[in-house]
Design a protein around this ligand. Structure first.
Ligand code: SME
Length: 137
């Protein structure tokens, strides 16, 4: 039998690595555009299960990034009125888009139980992760 890893297995490994080694990364997952529909579908993730497996463009932090094509760093989720709460333990969130041939095809989404943990170093690091993910999806 072949032992080739599937794309989803590789994406799950990335989630596991990030959640395990960075203490303030407490939920790590990928959302991807559903074909040509204006909605995101939850991909591989680690952390508490979420009901939000489909997110319309424009809705929540994730849905806003699907439209803006820009990183979204939220130091304090209670300040956001367009926010989808997945867990009451979450204090902060970062979403970084994934580009393939210049098109925003999805994103990495990270929740933290720590207030205001994300720096520009996280943004640069996650942008790098997303360029690598773009080569395997
Ligand atoms: N908080 C996100 C929804 C996804 S959960 O964090 C897993 C948002 O507002 O888009």
């Amino acid at each position: 039998s072949n032992t080739q890893k599937t794309v989803d297995q590789r994406l799950l490994s990335i989630c596991e690595l990030l959640e395990t080694h960075i203490d303030y990364y407490n939920w790590v997952g990928f959302y991807f555009r559903n074909g040509n529909k204006e909605e995101l579908l939850l991909g591989p993730y680690v952390g508490e299960p979420t009901d939000h497996t489909v997110i319309p463009f424009g809705k929540g932090i994730c849905g806003q990034v699907a439209i803006s094509n820009e990183n979204f760093v939220v130091p304090d989720v209670t300040t956001q009125d367009n926010y989808i709460a997945c867990s009451i333990t979450v204090k902060a969130e970062i979403v970084v888009p994934i580009f393939v041939n210049g098109k925003n095809i999805g994103q990495i989404d990270i929740d933290s139980n720590m207030p205001d943990p994300f720096t520009e170093a996280d943004e640069r690091f996650l942008e790098f992760v997303c360029t690598q993910v773009a080569t395997l999806v």
